[in-house]
Design a binder for this molecule. Structure first.
Ligand SMILES: [Zn+2]
Length: 339
């Protein structure tokens, strides 16, 4: 039975979101204008025409290029505020947001501008948008390992308000095993650990992220399905996999949404949640992802609620906040006529 339009506002947590991936074309032009930057596109249409990706790398090239417009703390704040406003309208009530500090430092943007610009907005997000937040510093796996370790040291020295570290950017050929010391440092500093693994890379990258990096959560993880023994382990240990359906389609990890393994992952008992990854680039915030899944697979309200419950239970939110969010999901289920 189709869900009602109000069901689009399923309360959930978003656990896999790159704040730089929320930079909408309009804001790119606005920030370029503010900072006196000449963009290599004449207008919005020309920029939008570049959003046809063939794989992860083709997206990353545009993603890094567009970051050029982020120069000051105010720019980072404007981007963060725009995402939170849109996320609130999507039903997101808690977000664990990744930022790529290295990508900005490399362009000469001081860490303080980037971190404080984002964190300043997150500090009042619950009051302003009804969204509780966690900030994750993600490191670029296709850059030198020593560089990541140096940036983590700088973040710790400035007492940056981060709760976790992550690992992102070009996956294939950059396995988790190189980052053991980075994750050991983070863990020793009391930070949680997440890592992208098994998006384009093989199933054993997921195993490495768990065994070597001691990751609390795997971002993507869809390639884990290639290894039944690994699937059994992920099910047994309830390892959270932050799946991003529309991202996987746009970056050609799957051909079409109908080919996406999410229904299979749910049926196997994997702990999966639905996330938007880089929504400005993939035509889809969390509500768009849920709506597309509902349209393609006819997910029942019960299945949608299960995905939302997984997102909350896999978050780093406090026990009290998680209980609040689970109560919101229960109320949503009741409103759908699900017992
Ligand atoms: Zn991602």
């Amino acid at each position: 039975m189709p869900i009602s339009p109000s069901a689009a506002l399923l309360p959930c947590a978003e656990l896999h979101l790159h704040i730089e991936g929320t930079l909408e074309p309009e804001l790119i032009f606005e920030l370029a204008d503010r900072n006196g930057i000449d963009l290599p596109y004449a207008d919005l249409e020309e920029l939008r025409a570049r959003y046809q990706f063939t794989d992860l790398q083709s997206f990353l090239d545009l993603y890094y290029s567009n970051m050029e417009v982020l120069r000051t703390g105010a720019d980072f704040a404007a981007m963060t505020r725009a995402y939170l406003r849109r996320a609130a309208a999507a039903g997101v009530r808690h977000v664990e947001m990744m930022v790529d500090p290295q990508a900005h430092l490399l362009r000469g943007v001081p860490l303080e501008e980037c971190i404080n610009g984002v964190a300043g907005v997150l500090a009042t997000s619950l009051e302003e948008f009804g969204i509780s937040t966690v900030l994750i510093a993600a490191f670029l796996r296709d850059r030198p390992i020593a560089e990541a370790e140096d940036v983590l040291r700088q973040l710790l020295a400035m007492d940056a308000p981060i709760a976790a570290i992550g690992l992102d950017s070009a996956e294939v050929g950059n396995p988790p095993e190189g980052f053991v010391e980075l994750y050991r440092m983070a863990s020793a500093a009391g930070l949680k650990c997440v890592a992208h693994a098994g998006e384009e890379g093989p199933a054993h990258y997921v195993e490495q992220a768990l065994d070597l990096l001691k990751a609390d959560r795997i971002d993507h993880g869809i390639r884990a399905l290639d290894d039944p023994a690994l699937v059994a382990r992920l099910v047994r240990d309830r390892v959270p996999l932050t799946v991003c359906p529309l991202s996987n389609v746009r970056l050609r990890a799957v051909d079409t949404l109908a080919d996406h393994p999410l229904p299979q992952m749910l049926a196997l008992g994997l702990n999966v949640s639905v996330n938007s990854d880089d929504p400005a680039y993939f035509d889809g915030y969390v509500d768009d992802n849920f709506a597309a899944l509902q349209r393609t697979f006819g997910f029942s309200p019960d299945q949608l609620a299960e995905l939302a419950v997984n997102s909350v239970e896999s978050s780093f939110a406090s026990g009290e906040r998680r209980a609040e969010l689970l109560e919101l999901i229960r109320a949503w289920r009741a409103a759908q006529g699900v017992s």
